[in-house]
Write a protein that binds this ligand. Sequence first.
Ligand SMILES: C[S@@+](CC[C@H](N)C(=O)[O-])C[C@H]1O[C@@H](n2cnc3c(N)ncnc32)[C@H](O)[C@@H]1O
Length: 213
Amino acid sequence: MFMDVIRLPHRTEDLAPRQIQKVNRLRRPLIDDRGSRQHATNRRVKRAMADGLVAAGVTGVLDWGCGYHPLRPYLPRDVALVGVDIDPEVVAENRRLGLECYDPEDAALQYADRPPSALVSVFVFHFRLPTAHIAAMAELVGTDGFLLANVYRRDEQSRGRLVTAFRERGLQVTREKDPTEAATGHEFWFLARPRVTGNLADKVLHTVLRGMA
Ligand SMILES: C[S@@+](CC[C@H](N)C(=O)[O-])C[C@H]1O[C@@H](n2cnc3c(N)ncnc32)[C@H](O)[C@@H]1O
């Protein structure tokens, strides 16, 4: 039987890539186990976030930090999905299963000529996001796209620093608390240029919250 809690010696945002890789290996069977609490929460959050993407009318999605459980099963088949992950084993496994997937260092270049309508980051923003990754995400969001993420674990100061880093790259961050508290301090973030935010942030975030209820 697997322990259903992974205890970490550091804040998740202080973990180095190799430590993240170990967490990935430990977490995989928990999410795969259909009877586990993690599986149920993961499913509920993913379904709600996918609903938010569909409400925005996306045609192509980049799953940033797709892990061993990308968003594919939650999106309609006619929505194209590609991935990015910092863990080389995750990248290799997704490619083996037919999902185009790259390391964050290669993402901007690989996807520049076919930017997705949206980026999604599910259970990723509690990890450290290097400046280069924030820059790549902002570039791929471009002038017309958006990024939908969920955030937990980080304290308010750390969230504030992340908001500033994205704002410096031209993205406005709209935050909504998860009323069901699927995780402690759990929030959904919509990030985009101000014009897209004005048109879409409320629609997408309210759809996500409805899906969580
Ligand atoms: C908790 S898992 C979530 C996986 C998947 N999104 C899900 O919800 O099942 C976090 C994933 O993000 C990846 N990751 C962590 N930091 C990252 C970064 N800065 N850029 C890209 N991927 C990252 C990890 O390797 C891991 O696969």
